[in-house]
Ligand binder design. Sequence first.
Ligand code: TXA
Ligand code: MG
Length: 314
Amino acid sequence: MTRRFGNEDRDIAVAAKMLRNGEIVAFPTETVYGLGADASNPGGIGRIYEAKARPRHNPLIVHVCDIEMAHNVAEFDPKAALVADRFWPGPLTMLLPKKVGSRLAPAVTAGLETVAVRFPSSKVAQRLIRAVGFPVAAPSANLSGKISPTRFAQVLRQLDGRIAGIVQDDACDHGLESTILSLIGTPAILRHGSVPQEPLEDLLGSLGEVGEPREISSPGQFRSHYAPEASVRTEVCEPTANMIWIGFGPDCEGCRLTLSTSGDLEEAARSLYDVMVEADLLARADDVIAFAPIPMYGLGRAINDRLRRAAAPR
Ligand code: TXA
Ligand code: MG
């Protein structure tokens, strides 16, 4: 049985206690729902990998509720401090050297000497982490390879019965995962996400290239990921009869669904996963989910990245 929690203090306290006891609890953030475990508890971390059927070599993001907590698990150089000052709390994850002697369970970082740290702006997430009293490791609350959930009901559809609890709150504002910025060596974006590349480059100068995965393969970097059941095509301007066409902007007359009629990238990012879920429900046997082209700037980079992976051979 998966226990449902509201966002009252009492609910948060019970959910936090479950986490401290090594159970796993889903909770909303400003990006997508996360599946949390106390980052110092090896049992809880193991349960995350199991519940998601996630490959064990794929490390987790560590969520903190203030800067001090971040400094207890990672080493901040002046550049990292600058980024934190400008973008935290918010949908930016930094890859940093892991602090020696931190109490992080080794499986959180899949044995690596680096750690991905994120300080979410979601108040519910902050309250939950504070009540645990230690960082909360949390991947997105989906089965490995499937669509990331931005709503309570979507988490339950994938994970009901596989996780101990779930905290319900408003839908996730951004709707796309955090941007992952590596500050190991030359700053580079490892995963495009809810903070676009441009403001990061304004602060740091030009960033290194995002490569295909090297030694670690992470779902976010797997070629096939974020995938609905139906097959997906991108850059479709002229849909055929078996296509559920998803528009972007005012020129997509006749589309079944749209990411944003006005062509607003923030709205498109927010609705992307919801629309994928909806299109999947509409799709009959041989239907294909077809997306209109999305421009390649701002949040368009992250949206195109997710679409490319959704469309990749499975
Ligand atoms: O918005 C988000 O970031 C959401 C919410 C819940 O915070 N979380 C999320 O986690 O998207 P997940 O596990 O779905 O994606 C985390 C990505 C993975 O691709 C993983 O490989 C990478 O971060 N990652 C984590 N730790 C890493 C490390 N030490 N080195 C390289 N990549 C790392
Ligand atoms: Mg994920």
